[in-house]
Design a binder for this molecule. Structure first.
Ligand code: NI
Length: 166
């Protein structure tokens, strides 16, 4: 299992590199990320969250029976229509807030063998793709909240951290 980096660690703010070598290491990494995501009951997990500054994320929506590894993803289209839904993040444990994002996206990515694919996503899938893709650019869901809500989440998080340390 991989350790998950949490808020405050600068790793979460770093830029990531494209993956060019599709050797077996990348499949091993993806498997470890999937195991970690499942054991933490997350819907997605991105490289920087486990200390890997590479463009990879995994996601799994058990209810929709959808599981996929995204390498070098690019969101090439977003809908004008927006939607608001509650998000959380394994790197900001215990915190949830409604985030406004485009309702639909088209994403291009590669699988662990380097094979390209394109997905037109809506609903929860579109949301998780955008959340995980943000991680590859050093962006967290709290960055997408208005200032008041962000402050509230950060305050609650600090309180929670203090409690868990004492
Ligand atoms: Ni996250």
């Amino acid at each position: 299992m991989l350790d998950i980096i949490t808020l405050g660690d600068e790793f979460l703010r770093e830029k990531t590199d494209r993956i060019i070598d599709f050797g077996s290491e990348i499949a091993v990494l993806a498997d470890a990320m999937i195991d970690t995501m499942r054991s933490e009951r997350g819907l997605g997990l991105a490289g920087p969250q486990v200390g890997v500054l590479k463009r990879i994320f995994v996601l799994e929506l058990p209810e929709e029976g959808f599981s996929r590894v995204f390498i070098n993803p690019e969101i090439i289209e977003t809908s004008q229509e927006l939607s608001s839904y509650e998000e959380g993040c394994l790197s900001i444990p215990g915190m949830y807030s409604d985030v406004i994002r485009p309702a639909r996206v088209t994403v291009q990515a590669q699988d662990t063998k380097g094979k390209p694919f394109t997905i037109n996503a809506e609903g929860m899938l579109a949301r998780v793709i955008q959340h995980e893709n943000d991680h590859l650019h050093g962006v967290l869901f709290i960055d997408r909240l208005d200032e008041d809500r962000r402050e509230r989440v950060l305050k609650a998080y600090k309180k929670r951290e203090k409690r868990s340390k004492s």
